[in-house]
Design a protein around this ligand. Structure first.
Ligand SMILES: CC(=O)SCCNC(=O)CCNC(=O)[C@H](O)C(C)(C)COP(=O)(O)OP(=O)(O)OC[C@H]1O[C@@H](n2cnc3c(N)ncnc32)[C@H](O)[C@@H]1OP(=O)(O)O
Length: 159
């Protein structure tokens, strides 16, 4: 592979099977799209098969309606040894008006694995623009916060 691809946008229409009884897209459908975009983004960056290790900070800001044009934007904001931290933003609009609004945001951590499912090294991403540097710093802060959450969640784990 030549230059790793840092970001990707999936674009499609929300279909009737994605919608709940209230006529809005299921949160689970949105989470599936997020997972697909995170996979495509991390595979594009690492050139390897990747698995989802973590998804968090998900916020459903506004509903998506059937027939909306949906855009799921995924971009690498931090790389570790085998992990890629992916920032996801979901936008939707009526395809007739193209009046785009943000509906969901979250962070997904993907890990590149080999044929045996063992983690493998990924290319390092170096932030360059001011915005990239800020988002990279945030990714590092979130790692520390996740550690605290992890410790609090210990009581729910199988002994
Ligand atoms: C395509 C799909 O969606 S697959 C479906 C859902 N996902 C899966 O089934 C994955 C199941 N999990 C696994 O296979 C393993 O736990 C793996 C491959 C993710 C991690 O393998 P391990 O041998 O446990 O490695 P380890 O604990 O060192 O973690 C590897 C990396 O992931 C990161 N990581 C692992 N778990 C988490 C977590 N819960 N939160 C944040 N980061 C995590 C680690 O920080 C580490 O990053 P680094 O290599 O950049 O330092």
């Amino acid at each position: 592979m030549d230059t790793p691809q840092r970001s990707i946008t999936l674009r499609f229409l929300a279909e009737p099977q994605d919608v709940n009884f209230g006529g809005k897209v299921h949160g689970g459908a949105v989470m599936k799209w997020i997972d697909l975009a995170a996979y495509a983004c991390s595979a594009g960056w690492s050139g390897r098969y990747c698995v989802t290790a973590y998804a968090g900070g998900i916020r459903f800001i506004a509903p998506i309606h059937v027939g909306n044009l949906v855009e799921v934007e995924a971009k690498v904001i931090h790389t570790g040894n085998s992990s890629m931290h992916i920032a996801i933003e979901v936008n939707a609009c009526d395809p007739k008006s193209l009046n785009k609004r943000q509906t969901t945001q979250c962070i997904v951590i993907m890990v590149a694995v080999d044929e045996s499912g063992e983690k493998i090294k990924v290319p390092t991403w170096v932030p360059e623009t001011e915005e990239d540097i800020k988002q990279h710093e945030t990714a590092i802060k979130l790692m520390a916060m996740r550690q605290t959450i992890n410790e609090e969640m210990e009581i729910f784990r199988d002994k």
